[in-house]
Write a protein that binds this ligand. Structure first.
Ligand SMILES: *Cc1c(COP(=O)(O)O)cnc(C)c1O
Length: 374
């Protein structure tokens, strides 16, 4: 079955005895048990499992081509579960420009867990090799990275990791499985902030970890989901399944509009650099082409001028809203350094835009008008 078809049909009949075409939302936190405490059905207590979460997990597994998925209340809770499944003394290699929230979570929480983190330039296989020690347990891949759009070669990194018995997890939030399938490229785990494109309408938080095959590490992640308790509500799970039905068509629009905007920016006299992996001038373009089927809806660019000028451009838009995050049907942009704050590698004249599904001519006109202010 093709991706578009799976997105519409997967998970619909699971935990849906009525066979209604749209599954009901099941708010119940408890399920009837027998006098001996056992259950006849699949469900017992909603933190452990519930029909809507199960449907959504099944849907994500089907789209990523994985064996199983654990859904969480946010992307960062999903990532945390992966780290918590490691043991004190384990070492993790991850990109130096990793998603800023992950960096803050690691410094403020996970370092106390007794894990050692190496933030490095993941575009260089040699640099990765130099940081591998006998304690390295996990290589965290985020490609394209945020907001510099660096491209990591998933095939080569997972090959290296496998040869050393190291796990790999790909944060696939930006590309989504429509544009990039990490399991086909050798990854062991795939993580998502489903708050972004899976949700797609800027109205639901969520996160997932999917495993390529049954494994000890995934069993532990599943345990952390149930007993750590950072679970999505039945309503959130239902919302996420609903919006995932249109993921492939929304991504086609995001890909097309972002590419059009990147080409426009690339020719603009007030722009000194465009980060979009679809452009041939992008240093990671060849690798991106070999592992992505579309280049996504995110574009970063540098303006000629000062930090204040960049802020002025962002302030000037009429349609594009000023907001962080990404993946909604509406276009949003931000002066990224102001959002990320301390420890960020983001240049001070960088603007990051999540290109939405408005007509691309209107988005380009709005960007052009904003650039005219400086
Ligand atoms: C937003 C985001 C996250 C964190 O997800 P939340 O749902 O905000 O907790 C992780 N990785 C990437 C690439 C993101 O964009």
């Amino acid at each position: 079955m093709k991706f578009e078809t799976k997105a519409i049909h997967a998970g619909l009949d699971i935990g849906n005895p009525s066979k209604s075409i749209v599954p009901p939302i099941s708010p119940s936190t408890i399920y009837e048990i027998n006098a001996d405490g056992k259950t006849d059905g699949e469900f017992h207590y909603s933190r452990l499992d519930n029909p809507n979460r199960m449907q959504f997990e099944h849907l994500v597994s089907a789209l990523e081509g994985g064996a199983d998925t654990a859904a969480f209340a946010s992307g960062i809770a999903a990532t945390q579960a992966v780290f918590q499944a490691l043991k004190p003394g384990d070492e993790v290699i991850l990109p130096e420009d990793v998603y800023a929230g992950h960096r803050k979570m690691i410094h403020g929480m996970m370092s106390r867990w007794g894990l050692k983190f190496h933030f490095i330039d993941m575009t260089s296989l040699d640099t990765i090799r130099e940081h591998i020690t006998p304690n390295t347990r996990l290589i965290w891949i985020e490609t394209p990275s945020n907001p510099l759009m660096r491209i990591t070669d998933i095939r080569r990194v997972t090959e290296l990791a496998k040869s050393k018995g190291i796990l790999t997890c790909v944060d696939n939030t930006w590309p989504t499985p429509v544009n990039q399938l990490p399991f086909e490229l050798g990854a062991d785990l795939v993580m998502h902030s489903t708050t972004k494109y899976f949700g797609g309408h800027s109205d639901t938080m969520g996160g997932t970890v999917t495993t390529r095959e049954k494994s000890e590490i995934f069993d532990q992640i599943r345990f952390i989901q149930k007993m750590g308790g950072a679970v999505p509500s039945p309503h959130d799970s239902w919302m996420l399944s609903r919006s995932t039905r249109t993921l492939s068509y929304r991504m086609k629009g995001h890909n097309e509009h972002a590419f059009a905007l990147a080409r426009f920016l690339n020719e603009h006299p007030k722009v000194s650099g465009v980060y979009y992996p679809g452009l041939e001038s992008h240093p990671g373009h060849e690798i991106a082409r070999s592992q992505m089927s579309g280049f996504g809806g995110m574009v970063s660019f540098l303006i000629k001028g000062s930090r204040e000028d960049a802020v002025k451009v962002v302030a000037g838009s009429k349609i594009i809203k000023r907001a962080t995050s990404l993946g909604g049907v509406e276009s949003t942009w931000e002066h990224r350094l102001s959002t990320e704050g301390e420890g960020s590698l983001t240049p001070e004249t960088l603007i990051r835009i999540s290109v939405g599904l408005e007509h691309p001519d209107d988005i380009i006109e709005d960007v052009a008008g904003s650039l005219d202010r400086i």
